[in-house]
Design a binder for this molecule. Structure first.
Ligand SMILES: *[C@@H]1O[C@H](CO)[C@@H](O)[C@H](O)[C@H]1NC(C)=O
Ligand SMILES: *[C@@H]1O[C@H](CO)[C@@H](O)[C@H](O)[C@H]1NC(C)=O
Ligand SMILES: *[C@@H]1O[C@H](CO)[C@@H](O)[C@H](O)[C@H]1NC(C)=O
Ligand SMILES: *[C@@H]1O[C@H](CO)[C@@H](O)[C@H](O)[C@H]1NC(C)=O
Length: 424
């Protein structure tokens, strides 16, 4: 008897176990089906696209994405009103790295013309580089290019553009394959087809008025800025210079050392910050150095590293944007860049004469007159935005884009004495 009881018991428990397993299975099945149905419903929701133009737009965007070139790109699907720009030389040199990839840079910078597309992919049009509207070359990278490394074919309507932000004296064009090669130039030279200056001057209405070859400066006669006047009164030190490359072709270091000696006779100093002087001004502290300049120094050395026509760099902005008077040394005609009476020029005064001038101005009300321009003008750095926009705008300017043009003698245009510089 006890045996049969235990048998029944065992039977019961195994039956119960069986039921609970089945129950579990059933629950699992049901929830699985529910989730499958739910996922399908949700996915269907997302998949409903009732707008043909959106689909086409998405397709087109993909077609223009270089990562999907082989799969999707169809030349006849590319937008017709877009100007395609091929960067022939490496993109990681200024100004090319401001251009970004695709259309993005022009959109991000709020350009008036955004329909330009930048690529580094020479196979963008299936390897036919004559289909690009423009091919861009950076002057600082072309000196190693040989004829076989240049585009094989070119069309009559596309522009080959010579870019360069470096000075002609440091980067002359030496190879004669580049004479009669470029259609346009885009450099700091103001007579470039698309000027690419380091400096932008706006008037009090915010309009861009310079730099230009012929400026029409209008400067007020009195300084009506009490805050600025008290700020200037606080200055106590003579001259500052932030510099990281010591030797240069302009002879600026020699001049600076002579000026420092001449200032010593007046018990004044030229304080050199950076790699070439005793004072440190590391890059990541640039703002604090600028504020030291702004509150302490009467003058700042805006000395260029080489003497080339129109070559005026952001070193001028360092002074102007921080209420210090620039002492310039460069190859430019500075009347294109600076209002009269707003700066001193080291190229037209000996170090001794300049030191005398500095000493006199530091103890005179006359110093404030150097800032009269501030009510009429303001200075900006256009290299990352305005200049990038100007490139796209030029390509969309029918009148100049469709006019054939070529630099027959680029080497001489860029640097009149190129033969001397190209000898070695
Ligand atoms: C489709 O989208 C475009 C742009 O987003 C819009 O102009 C157009 O009216 C839309 N068409 C329909 C049918 O919704
Ligand atoms: C572009 O315009 C937008 C909106 O007006 C603004 O937020 C943004 O800062 C602008 N960008 C530039 C680079 O000017
Ligand atoms: C001038 O210097 C004094 C003392 O260092 C300071 O309190 C004041 O804010 C400065 N004035 C201006 C306009 O910078
Ligand atoms: C660009 O220069 C080349 C070479 O001189 C010339 O054949 C071509 O017509 C020029 N194209 C344009 C669009 O100016």
């Amino acid at each position: 008897m006890p045996r049969s009881i235990s048998l029944r018991l065992r039977l019961l428990t195994s039956l119960r176990q069986l039921f609970s397993i089945r129950l579990l299975l059933i629950i699992t099945c049901i929830s699985f089906m529910i989730s499958v149905i739910w996922i399908q419903l949700v996915e269907n929701d997302n998949l409903i696209i009732d707008n043909e133009s959106l689909v086409n737009e998405a397709l087109e965007n993909v077609a223009r994405d270089h990562r999907y070139a082989e799969v999707y790109r169809k030349v006849n699907r590319l937008q017709k009103d877009v100007k395609y720009i091929l960067l022939w030389t490496p993109h990681n040199f200024a100004p090319f790295y401001y251009f970004g990839d695709g259309q993005r840079a022009f959109i991000d910078k709020n350009c008036s013309k955004i329909n330009c597309y930048v690529t580094r992919d020479r196979n963008f049009f299936g390897g036919d580089t004559s289909k690009f509207d423009a091919i861009a070359f950076n002057g600082r990278n072309i000196d190693t290019l040989t004829k076989s490394q240049l585009p094989k074919t070119r069309s009559q309507r596309q522009k080959f553009i010579y870019f360069n932000m470096e000075s002609a004296d440091n980067y002359p064009v030496c190879d004669d394959i580049f004479d009669g090669f470029f259609n346009w130039t885009s450099t700091y030279r103001l007579d470039s087809d698309i000027p690419y200056p380091y400096i932008q001057i706006r008037n009090s209405d915010g309009e861009v008025v310079g730099p230009r070859e012929k400026m029409n400066w209008a400067v007020s006669k009195t300084l009506n800025d009490e805050y600025l006047e008290t700020k200037l009164q606080n200055k106590s030190k003579a001259v500052a210079w932030f510099v990281s490359h010591c030797s240069s072709r302009s002879g600026r270091r020699e001049y600076a050392h002579q000026l420092r000696r001449a200032l010593r006779a007046h018990a004044l100093t030229l304080d050199i910050y950076g790699a070439c002087g005793p004072l440190k001004c590391p890059r990541h502290q640039k703002n604090s150095c600028d504020s030291i300049l702004e509150s302490n120094y009467f003058f700042y050395l805006s000395f260029e590293n080489s003497l080339s026509k129109d070559y005026v760099t952001e070193k001028l902005l360092t002074a102007l944007q921080h209420d210090s008077v620039p002492i310039v040394l460069g190859g430019a005609d500075y009347s294109r860049f600076l209002p009269p009476g707003s700066y001193l020029n080291a190229r037209s005064a000996s170090p001794t004469a300049l030191a005398n001038m500095i000493a006199k101005l530091m103890s005179s009300k006359e110093y404030n007159q150097f800032f009269l321009w501030k009510s009429s003008y303001s200075y900006y750095d256009p290299t990352e935005t305005s200049n990038v926009c100007a490139v796209c705008a030029a390509l969309h300017n029918k009148e100049i884009f469709e006019k054939p043009s070529v630099y027959r003698n680029l080497r001489r245009w860029w640097l009149p004495n190129y033969q001397d510089r190209c000898k070695t």
